[in-house]
Write a protein that binds this ligand. Structure first.
Ligand SMILES: [Mn+2]
Length: 282
């Protein structure tokens, strides 16, 4: 008999032999609308056995690469700053061991923890964000570490001209105005991505993927759905394009499995995670 070891499909490498580490960050304490992203990483692992390890898009297979699934980090709900520290510590360990960290949210606020640590490692860090939302509020209901403020918190650390936002279709007028001076913000789609890739060649890049960038018709399972999103294949092509860059860490967040009883959102997230691992594995 074998012991019960529950990983994402095909991610059963030992830590020492792995070049990429995935871990769950099941945190959803600041979610402004519908909570439940804390259940995403577990749902993704469960449902991953419904997909293949082989990618026909890339002609690559998870069986041919070494990914370690570190499971979920046990996080203190209600204490965002402690949570961010813990996620940062996890990422620091992975990077210090020469491996690529890939974090599975959770709500989007979690991104600030890893970004802080990656910035210590790479002072010239840039961020590419695919998202429906600006996430540039200075605070939300008095909370600075809200998921609606996460990119503003990243800007606090990185400053002007180093954050590149795509697919954005929701936010306050003030946020869109502010972005004109401080970030590169592409509304609605991935237009101009090639130019940004040219600009970021050779630079260290943190990639944060808020799954609500997708259209809710394909991806209804999220806390703050926004109509008018991109299609799965558009997103996949965009991820393929940025994979030529020096991506040093990444996260995928905001799946809320309970809001999609059909399970198609979780199934999509599983497939996308497989593709991201295969694209970013170097
Ligand atoms: Mn969002």
């Amino acid at each position: 008999m074998n012991k019960n070891v529950h990983t994402f499909i095909g991610c059963d490498a030992e830590y020492t032999e792995s070049k990429m580490v995935i871990f769950g960050a099941p945190y959803d304490s600041t979610t402004s609308f519908r909570p439940g992203t804390r259940f995403a990483s577990t749902a993704i692992r469960n449902e991953s056995f419904g997909i293949e390890t082989y990618s026909p898009y890339q002609d690559k297979d998870l069986e041919d690469i070494n990914v370690f699934d570190a499971g979920d980090i046990e996080l203190p709900f209600g204490n965002t700053s402690k949570t961010l520290d813990m996620l940062g510590d996890t990422v620091r360990q992975i990077v210090d061991d020469g491996k690529f960290p890939l974090m599975i949210g959770g709500e989007h606020s979690i991104t600030a923890g890893p970004v802080k640590v990656m910035l210590e490692k790479y002072p010239d860090l840039h961020i590419i964000q695919f998202d429906a939302h600006t996430d540039l509020r200075d605070e939300y209901l008095g909370v600075k570490e809200s998921h609606a403020s996460v990119i503003k918190r990243c800007w606090d650390m990185l400053g002007d001209g180093r954050i590149f936002q795509f697919g954005i279709r929701s936010g306050q007028r003030e946020e869109f105005e502010w972005a004109k001076e401080h970030t590169h913000l592409q509304k609605f789609n991935f237009d101009g991505l090639e130019d940004v890739i040219e600009q970021l060649k050779g630079k260290p890049v943190y990639f944060t993927l808020d799954l609500d960038v997708l259209d809710p018709s394909e991806f209804p399972g999220t806390g703050t759905p926004e109509a008018g999103g991109v299609r799965f294949m558009e997103l996949l092509r965009a991820i393929e394009k940025i994979s030529v860059l020096n991506i040093v860490a990444a996260d995928m967040n905001e799946l809320c499995p309970l809001y999609d009883q059909s399970g198609q959102s979780t199934a999509l997230a599983c497939k996308l995670l497989r593709e991201i691992m295969l694209y970013f594995y170097k």
